[in-house]
Design a protein around this ligand. Structure first.
Ligand code: EPU
Length: 445
């Protein structure tokens, strides 16, 4: 298994091109099942999860063709054509679904277009139990008959899905996306209340409208969908990855560097910018993206931890501070001056980076859903933001990348194991960081 080795303590300086958003691309790919025409998706990131979704869709009968790279040399990602002339199988098997929970996003489209679906239950994962009860209840509200059989969701709607009002009991990105896709072909009007407002949901809705769907309320917590008989193909560009962008913003800040995030959209990162500003990190819009640096960063003798101060943050659905940046923020706070509290409200088991960060010298105490981080920063009186390198590993994507951030700041060498987690969500991570001066290499065993 590949590992990543980082020799820390080098401020990042330069530009990083932000890729297309993984969490927008996955539902957009699933949406291709809703039409027999070709859906062209541009700016798709090169990621293991995209490959897994391709594998799953191929098994439903989707044909793929690469339409080349963006003319800027690949920095704008792949252009992929997806065409599902006929759905040849309505089963999403356990072997694929267990690898990636987002596979459950085929449930709504399969049911809407073919009137039936058999999709493996995804089961729990490293960050929590992550049930899919709201996906199921929502589809039942639209008239689907659903049974659970041998670990599979077996759904039927032989006469098609009907109109209805779905009120989500809590905000769920995936349930909103599944219901949104299913509703586009319903016989009647569907209202989704307490819908997720994440920009990736909006991206899906915009693409569906481009395909001929009638969705109103995009960006709000109430989506109104007027069902149509059929959807057509479309040509759509995936939005830039706000989580990747904010991760690199924190990489710049933790190393005392200054980085321009090319293609990043500041209006999608307001909660992050507000939190980072309290921590003494500035994010300024530029003509091409966002410029990021911590207070004092960019000076010839700036070093990790310089200028950063501890802040209190609670994760929340969009427009709140994203759970997908909680681990990265914790690494940043470990190097800051003063205490920080980080409260995780979305997933019940998303502190797995804590023991690994502590092995690198972080001072963190967890009580329930809150982590108290006592920053090592200037009080440690040494470089590295008070962190030191160590061999580490993590069990999910964002936890892994938080260890990368800590490694970039730490004194000495950090080796991150289980790199496949990073490959699920960060495209060309080593290349992007080393392009800004980081000493980071992939060790291929
Ligand atoms: N939930 C339920 N029942 C459901 C659905 C969700 O109880 O039927 C709970 C979950 O267990 C969780 C909360 O609701 O506690 C929110 O989960 P949500 O459904 O919003 O998460 P998701 O759709 O499974 C997506 C992202 C995650 C991101 C979350 C929250 C994709 C492919 N995944 O997951 O991304 O953390 O929304 O924003 O879009 C990541 O990229 O690292 C990642 C985990």
């Amino acid at each position: 298994m590949d590992r990543i080795r980082i020799r820390g303590g080098r401020p990042l300086h330069g530009k990083i091109a932000i890729s297309g958003a993984k969490n927008a691309a996955l539902p957009l790919m699933a949406a291709s099942l809703l039409t027999e025409e070709t859906l062209i998706l541009r700016n798709l990131p090169h990621l293991a999860d995209i490959a897994t979704m391709t594998h799953l869709l191929a098994q439903h009968g989707t044909e793929f063709s690469m339409a080349g790279e963006h003319p800027d040399g690949g920095h704008m990602g792949h252009v992929l054509k997806l065409r599902t002339g006929e759905i040849t199988s309505t089963e999403a098997p356990y072997d694929i679904v267990r690898k990636m929970r987002a596979s459950v996003l085929v449930l709504g489209p399969l049911l809407a277009r073919r009137g039936q679906a058999r999709v493996s239950l995804p089961g729990g994962c490293a960050i929590g139990t992550r049930p899919v009860d709201m996906h199921i209840c929502g589809l039942e509200t639209l008239g689907a008959e659903i049974d659970l059989d041998d670990g599979y969701i077996v759904a039927r709607a032989p006469e098609g899905l009907q109109g209805g009002v779905v009120v989500f009991s809590q905000v769920s990105v995936g349930a909103t996306e599944n219901l949104l896709m299913a509703a586009t072909l319903a016989k009647g009007d569907v209202v989704l209340e307490n819908a997720a407002r994440e920009p990736e949901v909006g991206d899906l809705a915009n693409c569906l409208n481009r395909m001929g769907a009638r969705i109103e309320g995009i960006g709000s917590d109430t989506l109104r969908i007027q069902g149509v008989d059929r959807l057509s193909g479309a040509d759509y560009t995936v939005l830039p990855d706000r989580i990747e962008a904010a991760t690199y913003a924190m990489a710049a800040a933790i190393t005392g560097g200054v980085v321009e995030l090319l293609g990043a959209r500041p209006e999608l990162m307001e909660a992050v910018a507000a939190a980072l500003s309290r921590a003494n990190v500035t994010m300024q819009p530029t003509a091409c993206g966002v410029l990021v640096g911590a207070a004092g960063a960019g000076h010839k003798d700036s070093s990790p931890g310089d200028g950063l101060v501890g802040i209190d943050v609670t994760t929340a659905p969009y427009p709140g501070f994203p759970t997908d940046l909680q681990a990265q923020l914790m690494a940043l706070m470990a190097t800051a001056t003063g205490a920080a509290t980080i409260t995780e409200t979305i997933f019940e088991n998303r502190f797995q980076h804590v023991p690994e960060l502590m092995r690198m010298g972080a001072d963190i105490t967890v009580k329930g859903a809150t982590a108290m981080v006592r920053g090592r920063g200037q009080s440690a009186g040494s470089g590295g933001g008070g962190l030191h390198g160590a061999p580490v590993m993590a069990t999910d994507l964002r936890a892994s990348v938080s260890l990368v951030l800590a490694g970039l700041a730490a004194e000495g060498e950090t080796v991150i194991n289980r790199v496949y987690h990073l490959d699920r969500g960060y495209e060309r991570l080593e290349e992007k960081l080393s392009g800004c001066g980081a000493d980071i290499v992939r060790l291929v065993d």
